[in-house]
Ligand binder design. Structure first.
Ligand code: FES
Ligand SMILES: [Fe+2]
Length: 372
């Protein structure tokens, strides 16, 4: 018999299946969520040298993130101010001091100023300052680039800090991890045939941990019961485990700012709309989730370590990478299995969150409110 979830029940309804494949809903999410909120665009040190750039797509917009000659990261709409041609067509690259449009060769400095426009720059009626590249708001938060497409974005702390404070009790315990000072030891990018919300919902619950992640549960046995930790509560390493590594052995010291009470703990948290944060005592793993269509996503996973430890000749991130890469692949498998059924008439009214997943309904409500 089908179970009907009522709001006062322990069993709440999921979103209907169409939320995970309908192009109209996807468009609306891009407009109301991704084009409104601060979006994580990955680690700032991936764009390291002056002239290095990365192009990202948010909603209908293509955005260039480029490091200037002065070392500053800036973001611009990837749109020539003359007749609108797209400027950078590669996902990443290196600019030699300027951005030149292929069409009529207007040229912009890495700071966005228009510095070249054949035959018109000296024209007395032409105000070159009015035709610089249009900026996109960019903030660096804990070493991550965040972008906001709106004209007057709120402070990024307004979006991120309440979530951190709710999770850790205050900002201080999170600050001890010094995420902004860590460096990338490894990055893996995954292509998924699954809607971005399935990735987030899967991350939010651990009801699937026992059947899907036996290796994870060996290291963090609390997950075997399906418990998702919240409000200052952290998962703890198994008695026999020294670290969250594929061997269970520690091959790095704890991160330098941590206290004794932080050791042997794991914190996972979602920073809406697209960052998944995983804190261990000797490294940090961060997923950046990019919707790429109603039924596809790209996830970039960065493994971050203390730069002092990384400078040691015997540094090897593999024991940390292997275990989370395994967990990632297990997760993506079930996200893709779920995606396959979203358009079935058997899922037209959605499914049910069991008590261990009940908190995900707040995410579903967030989506509904934004799209309303
Ligand atoms: S469209 Fe870019 S220079 Fe004309
Ligand atoms: Fe999982």
């Amino acid at each position: 018999m089908a179970m009907t979830a009522r709001p006062d029940s322990s069993f709440l309804s999921t979103l209907p299946g169409r939320y995970y494949y309908d192009p109209a809903i996807y468009e609306l999410e891009q407009e109301r969520i991704f084009s409104q909120m601060w979006i994580c665009a990955g680690r700032a040190d991936t764009i390291a040298e002056p002239g290095a750039y990365q192009v990202v797509t948010i909603g209908r917009e293509s955005v260039i993130i480029v490091r200037g000659r002065d070392g500053e990261l800036r973001a611009f709409f990837n749109v020539c101010r003359h007749r609108g041609a797209r400027l950078c067509t590669e996902a990443t690259g290196h600019l030699k001091g300027s951005i030149q449009c292929r069409y009529h060769a207007w040229t912009y400095g890495l700071d966005g100023r228009l510095i070249g426009a054949t035959n018109v720059l000296a024209h007395e009626e032409f105000d070159r300052t009015a035709y610089g590249l249009l900026p996109v708001a960019l903030e660096i938060w804990e070493g991550f680039i965040w972008l906001n497409l709106t004209d007057n974005p709120p402070p990024i702390a307004d979006q991120l800090h309440p979530v951190i404070i709710e999770r850790f009790g205050s900002y201080t315990p999170f600050a001890r991890y010094g995420v902004g000072n860590l460096k990338r030891g490894k990055t893996i990018t995954y292509q998924l045939r699954a809607n971005w919300k399935l990735v987030l919902e899967n991350f939010m619950e651990c009801y699937h941990c026992a059947p899907m992640h036996p290796e994870l549960c060996d290291l963090l046995p609390g997950f075997r019961s399906g418990k998702s930790y919240a409000n200052g509560d952290a998962a703890r390493l198994a008695d026999g485990a020294e670290a969250f590594t594929v061997t269970g052995k520690a091959s790095r010291p704890p991160l330098p700012g941590l206290l004794a009470e932080d050791l042997r703990r794991y914190y996972g948290e979602v920073l809406l709309p697209n960052m998944l944060l995983n804190l261990f005592d000797d490294h940090v793993v961060v997923h950046t989730v990019w919707p790429e269509g109603p039924e596809s996503s790209r996830v970039t996973c960065d493994w971050l370590f203390d730069p002092e430890v990384m400078s040691r000749p015997d540094f090897d991130p593999l024991d940390a990478v292997e275990i989370f890469d395994l967990v990632n692949r297990q997760d993506w498998e079930v996200c893709e299995l779920t995606q396959l059924s979203m358009a079935s008439k058997a899922y037209r009214s959605g499914g049910v969150y069991v008590p261990a997943e009940r908190h995900i309904r707040a995410f579903a409500d967030f989506i509904c409110e934004r799209l309303a």
